[in-house]
Ligand binder design. Structure first.
Ligand code: AMP
Ligand code: MG
Length: 324
C-alpha cells in the first residue's frame, strides 16, 4: 500500500469543493455551494463566489486531511469559463507553494471514475446526467467513447429552465420531482431521440407552454416521463451495441428516484447490473476530482503549468485514458 494522497479542487459550476483522498477512502472534504439569489447560475457571480471561498475551503481541507499532499488535481473542463479559470489559478498557486505536481482532470470522467470506485461497477455503460451535460459513455481502447449525448442543453438545465419559467426556484430538478408525485395524468410532450442523441430544449419550451393549460404537477410528471424515457432508450441501445453488462448512473440528476426506477427496470429486463453511487458522489464534488487525480498520478500523468489552461468545452472522449 502506497501513501499517495491527492488534493482535488472542483468548481466548474455551482459547487466549490476541495477534497483529499488516498487509495482507500476520502480523507477530508469541504464544500461551499453557490446559490443564485434569483434566476439560474450566473457564470461571473459563481466565479466570484468561488474566489471568495477558495482560500478557506482549501485551508480547512488541509487542516482536516493533513499536509502531506502528493499532487493537486483540478477540473480542467468542461464547465463555465470564469469558474474554471478561478479554480485553476488557485490549483496552480497551491501546487507551486506545496511544491507538488499539478494534474488537470476531465470533469465528466471524474464523475464516472468515482462511481467505479464507490460501487462494484467495473466496466459499465455510464449515463452521466448533470446540469450542463447529458451523455451515454463507455470505455473502449484507451478512451471513454460518447455513444449518445444531448444535441442542445443538458437534462438538468432543461429541468431548471422549465422550473424557473413556472416560478420555481433554482435548482428546479428536485422540485419537479416532488410535484410529479401528485400528478394524475400524462400530457403529451415532444420525445426527441435522433440516432443515439437526444435533445431537451424543445421539451423544456413545450412543457412551459403546456403548464398554462394543464395542472403543473401533471406537466412535471410528463416532463420526467418523456425526458427519462429518452435517456433510458439510448442507454439501453448502448448496452446492446457494446455488449456490456453494467450500467452506472452519474451526475446530479441521478438523485432522481423516478429516473433510477426506470433505469433499474430496463436493466432488470436485460439482465444487466445497475449501480448508483451514494448521493454525495453523484453531483459535482471535489472527491471525484481528487480520485481521478490519484488514478492519473499513479499512471504517471502530470500537467505542466504551460499545459494547465482550462477548456470550457473539454470533451470526455478527448482525454487519453492511461489509468485503465
Ligand atoms: P451537477 O451539475 O452534476 O452537480 O447536477 C446539478 C443538476 O442536478 C441541477 O440541474 C439540478 O436541478 C439537478 N438535480 C438535483 N437533484 C435532482 C433531482 N432529484 N431530480 C432531478 N434533477 C435533480
Ligand atoms: Mg458535473
Amino acid at each position: 500500500m502506497s501513501d499517495i494522497t491527492i488534493l482535488g479542487l472542483e468548481g466548474t459550476a455551482w459547487n466549490l469543493s476541495a477534497a483529499i483522498v488516498n487509495e482507500i477512502d476520502v480523507v477530508a472534504e469541504t464544500i461551499a455551494a453557490y446559490k443564485p439569489a434569483a434566476g439560474g447560475i450566473h457564470p461571473r457571480e459563481a466565479a466570484q463566489h468561488h474566489a471568495n471561498h477558495i482560500n478557506r475551503i482549501v485551508r480547512e481541507t488541509l487542516e482536516k486531511g493533513g499536509n502531506t499532499i502528493s499532487a493537486v488535481a483540478f477540473s480542467q473542463g468542461p464547465g463555465l469559463g470564469p469558474c474554471l479559470r478561478t479554480v485553476a489559478t488557485a490549483a496552480r498557486a497551491l501546487a507551486l507553494s506545496l511544491d507538488v505536481p499539478l494534474i488537470g482532470v476531465n470533469h465528466c470522467l471524474a464523475h464516472i471514475e468515482v462511481g467505479r470506485w464507490k460501487t462494484p461497477a467495473k466496466d459499465p455503460v455510464a449515463l452521466y446526467v448533470s446540469g450542463a451535460n447529458s451523455q451515454v459513455l463507455a470505455y473502449r481502447m484507451g478512451h471513454y467513447r460518447v455513444f449518445g449525448e444531448t444535441l442542445d442543453i443538458g437534462i438538468g438545465n432543461a429541468l431548471d429552465k422549465f422550473a424557473r419559467s413556472v416560478g420555481l426556484q433554482h435548482p428546479g430538478g428536485p422540485k419537479v420531482e416532488e410535484l410529479a408525485k401528485q400528478a394524475k395524468r400524462y400530457v403529451p410532450l415532444p420525445y426527441t431521440v435522433k440516432g443515439m442523441d437526444f435533445s431537451f430544449s424543445g421539451l423544456a419550451t413545450a412543457a412551459q407552454e403546456s403548464s398554462r393549460k394543464h395542472d403543473l404537477s401533471d406537466v412535471c410528471y410528463s416532463f420526467q416521463e418523456t425526458a427519462f424515457a429518452m435517456l433510458v432508450e439510448v442507454t439501453e441501445r448502448a448496452i446492446a451495441h457494446t455488449g456490456k453488462d453494467e450500467v452506472l448512473l452519474a451526475g446530479g440528476v441521478g438523485a432522481n428516484m423516478r429516473l433510477r426506477k426506470m433505469l433499474a427496470m430496463m436493466c432488470e429486463d436485460r439482465g444487466v447490473r445497475f449501480y448508483v453511487p451514494e448521493r454525495r458522489f453523484m453531483g459535482d464534488n471535489g472527491v471525484m476530482i481528487a480520485y481521478l487525480g490519484l488514478l492519473m498520478y499513479k499512471a504517471g500523468s502530470r500537467t505542466s503549468i504551460s499545459d494547465s489552461g482550462v477548456n470550457p468545452n473539454y470533451r470526455p472522449d478527448e482525454a487519453e485514458v492511461i489509468w485503465r
